[in-house]
Design a protein around this ligand. Structure first.
Ligand SMILES: *[C@@H]1O[C@H](CO)[C@@H](O)[C@H](O)[C@H]1NC(C)=O
Ligand SMILES: *[C@@H]1O[C@H](CO)[C@@H](O)[C@H](O)[C@H]1NC(C)=O
Ligand SMILES: *[C@@H]1O[C@H](CO)[C@@H](O)[C@H](O)[C@H]1NC(C)=O
Ligand SMILES: *[C@@H]1O[C@H](CO)[C@@H](O)[C@H](O)[C@H]1NC(C)=O
Ligand SMILES: *[C@@H]1O[C@H](CO)[C@@H](O)[C@H](O)[C@H]1NC(C)=O
Length: 449
């Protein structure tokens, strides 16, 4: 009884298979055609046989197609074709746009290796309702290719190698359009140089938000979505804002949300107040301030930016003469994520007060301070330390004059103290002797007491 049921089940499944989706699985890798549904449906593997009445065929499926190029001209022999599939093949290019096919409603070219589609390829398929492009190697798809088809209802795009670039912004901008017709829009993934493995739609949303926030900045800056990281279960954009060489006098006041790197090289910025006052700055990771007009970083003392967010800071080519060493040391100890600090090309003060501890500081943190050997004393005409690397300066060279002064001062002080002490001792002894001998103090002591 059971085996009879099983037998019928097998028959039914076998019969249904072409109607279900896996049409090709009936065929091995051999040339073969089969018809179903009273010869209205034709499935062929590898090549198309000519013995069928093509006028009655409404569904044509080609599997394991033997050539890498496909010419849609083949279809002109099938005037009543409603559904066409070219699947599970190694088709790389479709040579020409599809021709006018008033009856065609479904086009399935999934499971091939198509990298690129001709721009006008679908334009004449005005009655197309379903388009399946899944599992190819497509990188891009222009919205216009789909928008031109007024009857389109379901488009399948998953399993391609979508490059998530600006030209995919239509996925969000007219999100109504994309959401309505792209059935698997939420499953699409970025594949390629940028944002690999990240969801396409979410990536495009981030890009769109960034573009709109960037355009609101008053300065002429470029904003880049560098990459997207997973934080807990959320995706977080990592954004670089570049305002280099814009003649800025101050740091930009507005930054796009989630800006992690700020590049403001080659401006005339002198104040770092934004790091204290402006919330947009509190979560920056990397800041490149090279070649500006910064003469002090004292304002950063105790700032939460220095103690927790700071990863990289470049102050190359500014006007720094000294830095508060204890502030930086404290930040380095507290903030374990600090990776890079650049301090070269500044007019560093070289004196006996600041420089010895600065030199020790440079040595201690040479793994963080990446340009240690280029950190040099300021240019001073006639000074032998002028433009000398601080890490190679010996203590004697820095403290030379001071040292001579200190030694002679101490010697003089010493001699004076000794003489004074001798006088006091002599005086005491003399007084004692005189008192013992004459039972009274010398007249001079009596006179003054
Ligand atoms: C297109 O063909 C593939 C492979 O057989 C199948 O999985 C898919 O469901 C078909 N697409 C449509 C829209 O029927
Ligand atoms: C199918 O057979 C052809 C030769 O007839 C061969 O080149 C091709 O690799 C085979 N494909 C598969 C998937 O076995
Ligand atoms: C921004 O830069 C572009 C090109 O560098 C320039 O044409 C434009 O005038 C600049 N705009 C402002 C406001 O500086
Ligand atoms: C920033 O923009 C300048 C041009 O203004 C460019 O030369 C530089 O490479 C950019 N830097 C980064 C990190 O994008
Ligand atoms: C650089 O900053 C100083 C004050 O720190 C200021 O006096 C000077 O004008 C600034 N130079 C430029 C070119 O902005």
């Amino acid at each position: 009884m059971i085996s009879v049921r099983l037998f019928f089940l097998v028959i039914i499944v076998r019969y249904l298979q072409p109607v279900l989706n896996d049409i090709c699985s009936n065929f091995k890798n051999e040339s073969l055609c089969q018809t179903y549904s009273e010869e209205k449906e034709l499935v062929c593997a590898r090549e198309l046989w000519n013995k069928y009445d093509k006028k009655v065929i409404s569904t044509l499926s080609l599997c394991y197609w033997s050539e890498a190029n496909f010419n849609p001209q083949i279809l002109s022999d099938f005037p009543n074709l409603e559904r066409f599939s070219l699947i599970k093949s190694s088709v790389k290019t479709i040579e020409k746009p599809f021709e006018d096919r008033p009856a065609l409603q479904m086009l399935n070219i999934s499971y091939n290796v198509i990298e690129q589609l001709l721009p006008l390829i679908f334009d004449k398929l005005q009655f197309l309702k379903v388009l399946d492009l899944r599992y190819n190697k497509l990188h891009q798809l222009e919205a216009s290719m789909l928008k031109i088809l007024p009857n389109l209802q379901n488009v399948f795009l998953v399993g391609n190698q979508w490059y998530c670039e600006e030209n995919f912004l239509w996925i969000t901008k007219q999100s109504n359009f994309a959401d309505k017709i792209i059935t698997d829009v939420d499953l699409l993934m970025c594949k390629g140089p940028k944002y690999n493995g990240k969801p396409l739609k979410q990536t495009m949303n981030m890009l769109e938000t960034l573009n709109s926030q960037c355009s609101k900045m008053s300065d002429n800056c470029t904003c880049t979505l560098e990459h997207i990281v997973r934080v807990a279960n959320n995706l977080r954009p990592m954004i670089t804002v570049n305002c280099s060489n814009q003649n800025l006098n101050s740091l930009p006041h507005i930054l796009p949300k989630f800006t992690s790197t700020l590049v403001v090289r080659g401006n005339m910025i002198s104040s770092l107040d934004e790091f204290i006052n402006n919330e947009n700055y509190f979560h920056l990771l990397n800041v490149y301030l090279d070649y500006n007009n910064i003469s002090s970083i004292n304002v950063l003392e105790g700032s939460s930016w220095l103690l927790s967010s700071f990863r990289a800071l470049s102050l190359k080519g500014n006007k720094l003469t000294e830095v508060p060493i204890y502030v930086l040391e404290y930040a380095f100890e507290k903030n374990r994520n600090v990776a890079n600090l650049f301090l070269s090309e500044n007019p560093w003060k070289c004196d006996c007060i600041f420089t010895p501890s600065f030199k020790d500081f440079l040595a201690k943190y040479r793994k963080i301070i990446k340009d240690v050997h280029d950190i040099k004393c300021a240019y001073r005409e006639g000074d032998e330390n002028s433009l000398v690397s601080i890490s190679s300066l010996s203590r004697n060279k820095i403290c030379y004059e001071d040292a001579i002064f200190k030694i002679s001062f101490l010697k003089i002080l010493n001699v004076c103290m000794t003489v004074l002490l001798a006088i006091i001792l002599f005086d005491f002894t003399y007084n004692y002797y005189m008192y013992k001998k004459y039972s009274r103090l010398p007249w001079i002591v009596r006179k003054f007491s």
